[in-house]
Design a protein around this ligand. Sequence first.
Ligand SMILES: Cc1cc2nc3c(=O)[nH]c(=O)nc-3n(C[C@H](O)[C@H](O)[C@H](O)COP(=O)(O)OP(=O)(O)OC[C@H]3O[C@@H](n4cnc5c(N)ncnc54)[C@H](O)[C@@H]3O)c2cc1C
Ligand code: SF4
Length: 509
Amino acid sequence: MRTLRFVLGDQLSRGLSALAGLDVERDVVLLVEVQEEATYVRHHQQKIALVLSAMRHFADELRAEGVAVDYVRLDDPANTGSFTGELGRALLRHAVDRVVVTEPGEWRVFERMRSWSHAFGTSIEIREDDRFLCSHRRFEAWAKGRKALRMEFFYREMRRETGWLMREGEPEGGRWNFDPENRKALPRDVVPPSRLRFPPDAITREVMALVAQRFGDHFGELDSFGWAVTRSDALEALAEFIAVALPRFGDYQDAMQRGEDFLFHALLSPCINIGLLSPREVCEAALSAWAQGEAPLPAVEGFVRQILGWREYVRGLYWLRMPGYAATNFLEASRPLPAFYWTGETELRCLREAIEGTRRNAYAHHIQRLMITGNFALLAGIAPAEVEAWYLIVYADAFEWVELPNTHGMALHADGGLLGSKPYAASGAYIDRMSDYCGHCIYRPKIKLGADACPFNYLYWHFLMENQRRLAGNPRMAMPYRTLARMTVERRDEIARQSREFLAGLDPS
Ligand SMILES: Cc1cc2nc3c(=O)[nH]c(=O)nc-3n(C[C@H](O)[C@H](O)[C@H](O)COP(=O)(O)OP(=O)(O)OC[C@H]3O[C@@H](n4cnc5c(N)ncnc54)[C@H](O)[C@@H]3O)c2cc1C
Ligand code: SF4
């Protein structure tokens, strides 16, 4: 039987299920660069360059194995610009008995994929994506009958199932969670390591020229591109993270520092999400560092939790709740996205730092995404769809299955608490504690009202007032609502007035 094996741009793994059973003598592997995928949102230029360069390298690696690869470039004049159009053309080029694909990461593409069999009258086998540690079936079984789908309980089950960091049925170190140890600001005498970046090779440079020509008006800088684009680069990036950053990953996981874009973070999400590394091997590398005494337990547990816990959990939730999930808007937020999310031009130093880093690197670390840009969007009541489009555009690792639950659920509480038991709303005090931004800001984090007050301070209370009807019944919000109740009417009025004035001054994008 001759098979056409269609591999998508975030499926660049040699062990991909669509490539299982590949017959080198007869089969053809199809990879296509399509305009629709590069533009359904106007992705950061580095994201497009990353995916196209990694696809071209992957195709070359398959060819080096003797595999027949049919590769359609973006600038091929006959390119129809869509997956469906390109599969249709490929079926005219190759006489095959069937098409094999691996299920896509995004609902949007899955809907298209399901139509192919009918559209082309060809047998299309859609295989499970077994690169994840938890299958859809397994997640559904875990979720069934539960009122609340808390990541913590999912994570514990996954720990038991994998046996990772377990000793005789109990969590290693006697605790499931080392978060309390993992929340330090960066002390002055700790200098983060300089991190491995990969200078673009000839293939990447060619792709960058194409991106500059076709998508030069998209968000973000291109010249600073330094992402791994091959499996061997990705393995090097993993080894570098384990050696230089993992030991202190836990301690400074939540810290933010001017001029330090990467701190002790892994910088591996783009590689993992496009398939150059598997989540399993990344966790196993961290576990092995711990077993050899090269990284402490809180760091390794904190890291494994992000992947075995959060990453698998958000993927499970996405597929469990789509397509309806994206349409919820629990807080009825409707303000347009401010223009400074694109330009970084704002007096709020923390936002400027996070957005400028994002333009430069197509990257911001988790706390910048959650507690700076996400927190501001939450407090300012920005429409979830606009915020989600922004997050999908600006990061090299952004794919809807992981971006949407993180933004819609975690950052914006738009799902009404399915993902998080309370909104991640915070005032300037949190940002001041975890960063050195405030010392370089025109606002003062300790001042609550008036011209010098940090806007996060009054916007925080304004958010609570505006959402009292929706949030006051949440037991985890009882304390802030008690504090609010103790405020004088005059103070509340002044908070509302200053917040309204500030919000009215935001330029919509
Ligand atoms: C609003 C918002 C949007 C986000 N959008 C994305 C996105 O589009 N794509 C994406 O991969 N991550 C997203 N995240 C999660 C997280 O911020 C990134 O995975 C992380 O910053 C990637 O950088 P790193 O590799 O240095 O990660 P580290 O902080 O070093 O963490 C290690 C790994 O854990 C995984 N991970 C950590 N946190 C999460 C999480 N919450 N969900 C899923 N995986 C996680 C990633 O694979 C990451 O590489 C988002 C988070 C928020 C709050
Ligand atoms: S003072 Fe407020 S706005 Fe300025 S950096 Fe600190 S938290 Fe951000």
